[in-house]
Ligand binder design. Structure first.
Ligand SMILES: Cc1ncc(C[n+]2csc(CCOP(=O)(O)OP(=O)(O)O)c2C)c(N)n1
Ligand code: SF4
Length: 298
């Protein structure tokens, strides 16, 4: 029996994507990631969100450090800065302090964010810098060919840990919650519709929003954070989860055997810029940033 290949309606698919408007937010550069890398879903979701919220290109900045994830600014047609390894958060904080109108979105990997850059996370969180941090958590150093990262699981064998990783992983959600992040959520690259909704909510939040995105590195992790493992492990946060209760959010963050997806925690409190404006007013300098607040479209 001859098996007929299934038709691929590529032109129709392309038309659908063109009509969606999100290509307006894609640059001409094409991603060079390995086929199947979770980061492809992130580009699609982020451009869909930028298009949905109609964030002006000139008022949007994507900031990255170094790693496979940090190539993002090249693929998005807003402003963007590819900074130094681990230094995206301080650069983003400076950008936001200089111009509160800007929508600042930081992207990066778990090594960039929690190894070399780990000292910056607590301060962005506790000061409530009004930026969104999309952390692509693949549990490995992808760009440098597969060393363990701070979120690698115990026992993970890589090219540089052939006798198994002896280090206990840190828990990014618990860390940002304990340092006072005002919006904390988790998504999975294998569930792109949910990922898009979570990115939209994170970007719409006024204050430091942290989205942990579980994302397979298909080249350097064939055993742990794979699509087949994650697909079986992830679950939604329970319906009775109270996202105003930080203790409940921390308890949910401890469920590392079955990572829970959704909004863990949200609170409204003054941002770094608002606090600085208040200080300036107290010191008699007026409110320098008044009238410069960004308009949230979602
Ligand atoms: C100061 C400095 N130290 C080390 C490196 C080497 N380096 C580049 S990317 C990287 C880790 C990348 O892993 P991760 O942040 O998890 O991103 P991924 O590649 O997995 O997206 C390292 C150690 C560097 N570029 N600069
Ligand atoms: S090495 Fe891993 S993280 Fe980097 S592009 Fe390839 S699959 Fe993605």
């Amino acid at each position: 029996m001859t098996i007929q290949p299934k038709p691929v309606y590529l032109d129709e698919k392309l038309d659908e994507v063109r009509q969606s408007g999100r290509l307006d937010y894609r640059s001409k550069a094409l991603p060079t990631w390995c086929p199947g890398c979770g980061y492809f879903a992130m580009v699609e979701s982020l451009t869909a969100v930028l298009n949905r919220m109609q964030l002006p290109h000139k008022d949007t900045v994507i900031v990255s450090g170094i790693g496979c994830a940090s190539r993002f600014p090249f693929f998005i047609s807003t402003y963007g800065i590819h900074t130094l390894h681990g230094r995206a958060l301080p650069v983003a904080t400076g950008i936001k302090m200089a111009n509160d109108r800007l929508h600042v979105i930081v992207v990066g990997g778990d090594g960039d964010g929690f190894a070399i850059g780990g000292g910056h996370v607590p301060h962005a969180a506790r000061r409530n810098v009004d930026i969104t941090y999309l952390l692509f958590d693949n549990g490995v150093y992808g760009l440098t060919k597969g060393q363990t990262s701070p979120t690698s699981v115990l026992g993970f064998r890589t090219s540089t840990s052939p006798y198994e990783n002896p280090d206990r992983p840190l828990n990014p959600l618990l860390m940002v919650l304990s340092h006072g992040a005002s919006w904390v959520g988790q998504a999975y690259a294998g569930k792109p519709d949910h990922l898009t909704e979570m990115i939209a909510a994170a970007v719409a939040h006024r204050g430091f929003s942290y989205l942990n995105i579980l994302s397979p590195c298909v080249t350097f992790d064939k055993t742990e954070r794979t699509y087949s493992n994650l697909g079986l492990q992830v679950a939604d946060l329970p319906a009775n989860h109270d996202s105003t209760n930080v203790a409940m959010a921390m308890a949910a963050a401890m469920r590392t055997d079955h990572p829970l997806l959704g909004l863990y925690y949200k609170e409204d409190r003054p941002t770094l810029n608002e606090n600085l404006d208040s200080l300036a007013a107290k010191a008699g300098a007026g409110t320098p940033a008044a009238g410069k607040k960004p308009v949230r479209a979602a």
